[in-house]
Design a protein around this ligand. Structure first.
Ligand code: FE2
Ligand code: FE2
Length: 221
């Protein structure tokens, strides 16, 4: 892989981690339950560690973190600035799918990165697995406690899919950076399979419509 493509992807990931940190910090500030506040503070600290670690990898490879992150600011600020789902069931599903996309991107990145970066990604993935576990528990609780929970979860999943296809960290300029590294089909396959697997895990279905949308998104990408 060329060094410049590597720096581009690291820039996209480092900025994505910074946005994840800001999001978790905001959730900690909003949380009324002290237990929940503590949990979000822990997530925020971990996302900040991820951000700083990826910035250090950029420096180690001779790049400048600010310059490497700059091309992704607009699209990631847009994605994270989209209004949150008003329905708490849909919001929980979006959170869960968002953590999942991050984990899938990192798992794929680990297979194409240099050994030092791959070793750091491994430590990040350990945290992300925990984040995903927390998010899936929240989705299950929301679905069980809400009238019509499954239908509302499926509606949230559909809207998240549209966001993903149009403006997520896995689309637009940051997605092009990932594609330049190579093996784009493997990446798309991992993202699509991850999406379907996660929805099945929370009992959302039937997925025919979602899968059709996903195929459309892949064709467009
Ligand atoms: Fe992270
Ligand atoms: Fe995370």
């Amino acid at each position: 892989m060329s060094e410049s493509a590597m720096l581009q992807v690291l820039g996209a990931i480092a900025y994505g981690e910074l946005k994840a940190y800001e999001g978790a910090k905001a959730k900690a500030a909003e949380a009324e339950d002290p237990e929940e506040r503590r949990a979000w503070r822990k997530v925020a600290a971990e996302e900040l560690r991820h951000h700083k670690g990826f910035a250090r990898r950029i420096e180690a490879l001779g790049g400048d973190p600010e310059r490497a992150m700059a091309p992704y600011r607009a699209s990631l600020d847009h994605f994270h600035g989209l209004p949150e789902e008003r329905d708490p069931v849909a919001a929980a599903v979006c959170d869960f799918l968002g953590e999942g996309i991050a984990a899938d991107l990192l798992r794929w990145f680990k297979t194409v990165a240099d050994p030092e970066t791959a070793a750091f990604v491994e430590t990040v993935l350990a945290d992300e697995v925990e984040h995903e576990g927390r998010a899936v528990a929240a989705v299950r609780q929301c679905i069980a406690g809400a009238p019509d929970g499954r239908r509302r979860a499926a509606a949230g999943a559909r809207r998240m899919l549209l966001r993903m296809v149009t403006s997520s960290p896995g689309s637009g300029p940051s997605f092009l950076a990932f594609v330049r590294i190579g093996r784009p089909q493997a990446l798309l396959g991992a993202l699509a399979a991850g999406y379907v697997r996660r929805l099945r895990a929370v009992g959302v279905g039937p997925l025919a419509e979602v899968e059709r949308l996903l195929r459309g998104g892949q064709a467009a990408a």
